[in-house]
Design a protein around this ligand. Structure first.
Ligand SMILES: Nc1nc2c(ncn2[C@@H]2O[C@H](COP(=O)(O)OP(=O)(O)O)[C@@H](O)[C@H]2O)c(=O)[nH]1
Ligand SMILES: [Mg+2]
Length: 472
């Protein structure tokens, strides 16, 4: 059976992505994505031949009347004036598939009316759109995104108000495959008016981004005669929405949307080229820091070194964004640098004169003493002294320049060693931290790519929806 294994591969790839995003995306976003994965898994686990369809729309558009008309009896009370449906009410078949009952449980829809009909359709009468757009937006938003399909009900009288909802509908345009639109209360209009209003509704929906929106005309509770258009509506739902196909398509849409949001929150969709930039910054910063360490007077070099690293870390944090970016932005670079320098343990280079030059001074002093002694009596001492003075006079500059070169070489060696130690330490402390975050984010990116790949492969292969419940 190829289809369930497609479904499992997609779900597994999704779960892997969520797991790998745990360290790099904000916890709330990860939890939300995990919950979406669980919901989808459960819905596919209940997969059968039934659908749960919600009726959504403004107060008084006729949602409850429509439910009663579909049921053929009064399932819930209707009201001409104020909203009467405060909690969602489900009308379900006499012998519903177990999956449908579990789905209603999951959705928290406890008001249920069982009916004598045998069928594939469960209808949920939602609280009014007007109230949920303002008050219960989140609750109903969540419900709408988890329910299999939605019938949006408009009425001609409050049609201008209903237009307000078009903005809201436009935000759901990605879900249009599971929407059908109803223009109710058509008995209140002349035939010409019905056509005009329906055309206007269609045009508005198209502007909002809906392609060929299916619109059914009904009179759920006409002032005279029987309800109209109800059979057409049910037939439209039945032909349009084959249960497994619709549920499966909804599942993949929801997973893809969530995976993209998660990858973006993890900052997994942007590159940084950190490795290359870090090498350059590390070399410059270590040079400045070594200068400051070896010569405590050069405080400016200290700050330049710190700033160089700070700037790179902040730039990468900005490019990465999301939780990973915040983690990087929170690194206290100055404190880290101070710690690294302390660990490297650099003592300033002593400024005392070089050993050879010092010895030369001793020789000059001794020679001067010898000359003095010679002048005082011993010619031999004077000669020795004079020779020594001349010798020193000739040899001195050579020795001093040799000595200076030796000191310079030693200082350079020392500086190079300090720089190398600083580079190593800074790389271990700061570079590794950044690489760590980037690596975790990279794993999330790989998981995201894998998820998209598995999903797209299944879609392009035209795999049918799962033909039996997916193992949860
Ligand atoms: N004339 C007419 N009135 C209707 C129709 N459908 C509903 N109504 C009336 O509109 C009012 C509100 O209906 P209701 O089903 O409670 O709307 P809801 O708030 O969307 O659930 C009630 O008085 C209904 O009798 C219809 O098709 N034609
Ligand atoms: Mg109602």
């Amino acid at each position: 059976m190829p289809a369930p294994s497609d479904a499992l591969a997609i779900l597994d790839a999704y779960d892997r992505l969520v797991a790998l995003c745990r360290d790099v995306a904000p916890p709330g976003t990860v939890e939300e994505a995990a919950a979406i994965g669980r919901d989808v898994r459960r819905r596919l686990g209940y997969l059968g031949d039934s659908l749960v369809v919600a009726l959504a729309g403004g107060t008084g558009s006729g949602k409850t009347s429509l439910l009663n008309a579909i049921a053929g009896r009064e399932v819930a009370p209707v009201s001409p004036r104020r909203p009467t449906t405060e909690r969602p009410v489900a009308w379900l078949p006499a012998d519903p598939e177990p999956g449908i009952v579990r789905l209603l449980d999951d959705l928290g829809i406890t008001d249920r009316v069982g009916e004598g009909h045998r069928g594939w359709l469960t209808v949920v009468d939602l609280p009014d759109l007007d109230s949920f757009v303002t008050e219960h937006a989140l609750q109903v938003d969540a419900l709408l995104s988890r329910i299999d399909a939605v019938v949006w009900v408009f009425d001609p009288e409050k049609y201008q108000d209903a237009r307000i909802h078009l903005d809201y509908l436009a935000s759901l345009v990605g879900d249009q495959h599971r929407f059908v639109f109803v223009l109710n209360q058509v008995d209140r209009l002349t035939t010409d008016e019905v056509e005009a209003v329906a055309a206007d509704l269609r045009a508005s929906l198209r502007v909002a981004g809906f392609v060929e929106p299916p619109i059914v005309l009904t009179a759920a509770d006409p002032e005279l005669g029987d309800p109209e258009g109800i059979d057409t509506l049910v037939a439209e739902l039945e032909t349009r929405w084959e249960a497994k196909t619709l549920v499966w398509r909804h599942a993949t849409t929801v997973l893809r949307r969530s995976a993209r949001a998660l990858a973006a929150a993890a900052g997994a969709d942007r590159g940084t080229g950190f490795g290359h930039r870090w090498q350059g910054t590390l070399a410059d910063a270590a040079e400045h820091l070594a200068t400051a360490c070896l010569d405590p007077g050069r405080v400016g070099d200290w700050w330049r070194g710190v700033e160089e690293i700070q700037e790179l870390v902040a730039a990468v944090a900005g490019e990465v964004g999301g939780e990973a970016g915040e983690e990087l932005a929170a690194v206290d670079v100055a404190a880290e640098v101070r710690r690294c320098v302390a660990e490297v343990g650099v003592a300033p280079i002593p400024s005392k004169a070089a050993t050879v030059t010092r010895w030369l001074r001793v020789v000059v002093a001794s020679a001067a003493l010898a000359v003095g002694l010679g002048v005082g009596g011993g010619v031999g001492w004077a000669v020795v002294g004079a020779v020594a003075v001349v010798g020193v006079w000739v040899v001195g500059p050579v020795v001093r320049s040799w000595d200076r070169r030796r000191i310079r070489d030693r200082m350079e060696e020392r500086r190079a060693e300090v720089e190398a130690r600083l580079r190593r330490r800074l790389d271990q402390e700061i570079g590794r931290r950044v690489r760590d975050v980037l690596r975790r984010r990279g794993s999330a990116l790989a998981a995201f790519t894998e998820f998209e790949l598995v999903l797209t492969r299944s879609e392009t292969a035209g795999s049918p929806p799962p033909d039996r419940p997916v193992r949860i």
